[in-house]
Write a protein that binds this ligand. Structure first.
Ligand SMILES: Cc1ncc(COP(=O)(O)O)c(C=O)c1O
Length: 496
């Protein structure tokens, strides 16, 4: 493990303590005018009483249309001023607000990279939206296996050496995409990955969906754009505090980012709605203001809660805090402390069962579980009661389901066609029993974490099929993209 990069940067909190988009929106919306446009509820409680009860009158009134001169269009508009503040807060050359999550960010990135007229090198454990981007853009990709913890069944990230090797083997690549932090908080050496990519004249794209809050407290790892990434996708709704579905797209500095910029602008026109929700956009402006101007007051409380939970787990000794284990993998140089990964096996209960009982009997809803771990998340600035969760965890029964539920992650099958060729090829649905050796036409992923185990164009192996069927049959298993939930049939490319 190399030393993690520095975790502090300068931020002008006074300038960040403003939200020009909100000011303009509030001024416009709160004036009592007759509304003759969309959205068609037109702020009317009488027309939509149930919606008004659910959201509250203020939210209904402030759900307004976009494309208003001076607010989000036209020179020197208020939204552009807020976007500039966001870029400054994350250290980007430019930042865009996204209203369809990091999924939109990844698809935008894929379409933009296609503009560079080369291929892509991608971490194999990318989110399914990256695979969708390949199908849509026709971009060719070589996949690199990340570090995988076979025992816990979780994927980490990539070492710079592995990226170097992949870019050497794929000289046509103009971009590389990596996921950091992982769903489990593992952070890659982004500065070194960026240096490697740039040496190969490839842009470094970072799927930082899980790291929108990084860089806003010395207790957190640094964010990717400040470490030299060219394009960064971050789900602000995950730990950054904005409303669900909102995300940020940051453009880095330097020649590769500049080369990407016109393609990003063009691709955003393809991926964004023409009537984005002003509620969602507004939430991004306010969450940016909160974290950039006030994060230093609140984030230490979240970090303290996370530290307290870890301390309780370690002191008791029944369960294991997986932080040190995750940090021991070569691709991982730092960890987001606001993700608490608890290995439940030594406590005589599977991760899935522990999560279920915590919810059903103790009123704690944790983000995710695998057969071997539960993962709790603390939003940046939120102060949760660590002792209450620790008490509940330690009160769980020993069901001895621990080891039995761990289904080892298999390697992916060999690639036989590009994603796009397989996605659009003639296909047929066949029994899973006959599918080994055939080429998948679908993206199929055990959920969580939603990383495709079968991708369009990959040969279906007995190990992958077995993994997906076992996941589907497990008491808390779910397979996203499966034709039937038990994975008894699959869609494959029709043979000539
Ligand atoms: C690594 C990664 N990238 C992208 C996404 C998509 O993010 P969103 O749900 O904001 O569209 C996710 C979702 O969990 C993810 O885990």
């Amino acid at each position: 493990m190399t030393n993690p990069p520095p975790r502090v940067h300068d931020i002008d909190r006074q300038r960040q303590d403003a939200s020009p988009y909100i000011d303009a929106l509030v001024e416009f919306v709160d004036i009592d005018r007759a509304r003759w446009g969309i959205p068609g509820h037109q702020g009317s409680r009488e027309a939509q009483p149930m919606l008004a009860d659910y959201l509250g009158d203020v939210a209904l009134t402030r759900d307004f249309q976009t494309m208003i001169d001076g607010i989000d269009i036209g020179p020197d508009n208020a939204l552009d001023k807020s976007l500039a503040l966001a870029a400054e807060a994350w250290g980007a050359k430019r930042t865009w607000f996204l209203t369809n999550g990091s999924s939109q960010g990844n698809i935008t990135a894929g379409l933009s990279i296609a503009g560079l007229r080369g291929s892509l090198v991608a971490q194999r454990s990318v989110h399914s939206s990256v695979i969708d981007a390949l199908a849509l853009s026709g971009l060719e990709a070589a996949f690199i296996a990340p570090d995988v913890d076979l025992e816990l069944g979780i994927s980490h990230t990539l070492t710079p050496e592995r990226l170097d090797q992949a870019l050497t083997e794929n000289p046509s690549a103009r971009a590389a995409i990596v996921v950091t932090p992982s769903y489990f908080g593992a952070c890659a050496d982004v500065a070194a990955l960026a240096a490697v990519a740039h040496r190969h004249n490839a842009a470094l794209i970072v799927d930082e969906a899980w790291g929108a809050h990084l860089g806003f407290d010395p207790g957190l790892p640094m964010n990717a754009v400040r470490l030299g990434a060219d394009l960064v996708i971050a789900s602000m709704h995950k730990l950054g505090g904005s409303l669900g579905q909102t995300a940020l797209l940051h453009l880095g500095h330097g020649p590769l980012a500049a080369e990407l910029e016109p393609f990003v602008i063009k691709s955003l026109r393809t991926t964004a709605s023409t009537s984005e929700s002003t509620l969602l956009l507004a939430s991004l402006d306010l969450a940016r203001r909160q974290i950039a101007a006030h994060g230093h007051e609140r984030i230490p409380r979240s970090l303290a809660a996370a530290a307290r939970l870890r301390e309780r787990i370690t002191t008791d000794g029944r369960f294991v805090d997986a932080t040190q284990r995750i940090l021991s993998f070569p691709s991982v140089i730092d960890i987001d402390p606001l993700r608490i990964v608890i290995d439940t096996r030594s406590g005589g209960i599977s991760g899935h069962e522990a999560r279920h009982l915590l919810y059903a009997e103790h009123g704690h809803h944790l983000e995710l579980s695998t057969g071997s771990v539960v993962v709790g998340i603390i939003g940046a600035g939120v102060e949760l009661d660590a002792d209450a969760l620790a008490d509940a965890l330690l009160a769980l029964p020993r069901t001895e389901s621990g080891d039995a539920d761990v289904i080892p992650l298999p390697k992916s099958g060999p690639r036989r066609m590009t994603v796009r060729e397989a996605y659009f090829a003639n296909s047929e649905i066949i029994d899973a029993a006959d599918a080994v050796g055939r080429v998948s036409a679908d993206s199929v992923a055990a959920y969580p974490p939603g990383i495709p185990n079968l991708m369009p164009g990959e040969e279906i192996t007995a190990e992958n099929l077995d993994f997906l069927q076992k996941t589907a049959a497990a008491p808390f298993g779910h397979v996203r993209g499966a034709l039937e939930q038990d994975m008894s049939r699959v869609r494959v490319v029709r043979q000539a």
